[in-house]
Design a protein around this ligand. Sequence first.
Ligand code: ARG
Length: 467
Amino acid sequence: MPEKSSKGKGKNATLWQGRFQGSMATSMEKLSVSLDFDRKLFREDIEGSLAHALGLKAAGVLSAAELRKMQDGLKRVMADLEAGKDLFEPGDEDIHMAVERILTQRIGPLGKKLHTGRSRNDQVATDLKLYVRRRAQALEALVTELQKAIYRKAIAYQKDLMPGYTHVQQAQPVYIAHYLLSFFFALERDKARLRHACDAAAEMPLGSGALAGSAFPYKRELVAKALGFPALSSNSIDATAHRDWALEFLSAMAILGAALSGYAEDFVLWSTQEFGYIELGEAYTSGSSMMPQKRNPDSMELIRGKTGRLLGNFTRLFTVVKGLPHAYDRDLQEDKEGVFDSVETLELTLTVMAEAMDSLRFKTDVIAAKMHPGMLATDLADYLVGKDVPFRDAHHIVGRMIAKAESLKVSFLDLPASEWDAIPDGKDFRKRLTFAYSAERRGIQGGTGSASVRGQLAKARRLLKLK
Ligand code: ARG
């Protein structure tokens, strides 16, 4: 005989005990319980109930005195949970049932009126939407803090050049600030995605009931206003069945994680002995338990590694919702943990990235010494274009010079004067052909030239609302 839970009898009676004769199997109870993780929603759940009670009062289900008593009871439960009191009991299946049980034990039979016209289906969707909206905004603020750190660093390295890479091959010289600002502007789109996820969760589900809508003259507008939802769901099945808005949030978080990961990878690479371009603050590195000389960029590796769970959480919910019958199915209980995990992961990684960014030092002398003159080949070809040589021919001429230089094991700038004869005023131009010259030719809006970098910094300042 499978073991039976004590739930369903006595003090731990379930909320649906009227319909059932026996109790849940212990194994099934373990599968069913979500309190371990959905207790994180206690604030949203109690706020939802406070607003729901207002709606019930307006519907004539609660008297003014009952509303006050219920509000008072709910607020005390909130205060106790905020204070870290453990009010939960083993029989509590989820946060919704736990709060209702605690409330009813405290204020008596009135507590049993709270769930009128409400189902846990619209309740849980409301709770999670509140959570998503708040955390999306909080993450956006953390991204802004990271952008501020990037901005400060870009200001500090406005005049220093570094190799710009494609395929991890030195390509063309860029200002360090230009490189850093590429991170800044990518994050601007991440913030837009987070805002969009917040907007996608803008419609309040309460009033939808289990799937068909509440049968009481419940004032949804009043409830939505109390909770800060800008809109009401238009359809009660849509409101209880769908999690696309959570998926959108998870997607925005995964994409943000991928951006952090890409820059983390650059910083890992650049702190190797082979590159030696940067030094991360000691507080964001760690040593080896065996090799005394090591200082590893663990902060960046961990940020890079966290991308796995961010994408995993997105995939996890996507897989759950694919092909679900409508409306609510219990599978949807699986929507929460991934969202919590991604939020908590990013709160940490964004904070570390911002702090590490402040601690970052570019070793400009090492960088300058590693810059390869080959990065100026395009500028020489461009110069020939100015002398009316078609670009494809110019590319060919310079390509031959590079090949020759390689065979002589010198930089193309150091080829014998005879090799520069093919270039009109070549001797003179060779002297002007510097990394700064190359960068400054690219003052085009969005390019790496100082004029453009100044423009980008001004735009960043405006976006950050800095003076
Ligand atoms: N714990 C459930 C969840 O997270 C609450 C909704 C349960 N609804 C139901 N009809 N069993 O989705």
